[in-house]
Ligand binder design. Structure first.
Ligand SMILES: [Zn+2]
Length: 76
């Protein structure tokens, strides 16, 4: 009879443990996919002075990039 009580207590403990785990699982949100780190701006090199600058700020004539309109004029 004592064994039966111990068995029931263990069973109850396991049940409690499983309930807790299920609750934990419900609480934890699914891992949100991490956004890939924003790519840094592509850097281009001025063909005249060699300055590196973001492509979005560069002056380009299609093939070559320049840091400013002045350097673009110099190259022409
Ligand atoms: Zn330049």
């Amino acid at each position: 009879m004592k064994l039966l009580v111990v068995f029931l207590v263990v069973l109850f403990g396991v049940w409690l443990w499983r309930q807790g785990r299920l609750a934990d699982r419900a609480d934890t949100k699914p891992p949100t996919p991490r956004k890939p780190p924003a790519l840094p701006n592509e850097m281009v090199r001025c063909a005249v002075c060699g300055l590196h600058l973001p492509a979005t700020e560069a002056v380009s004539n299609g093939r070559v990039s320049f840091c400013s309109v002045e350097h673009q004029r110099q190259a022409e």
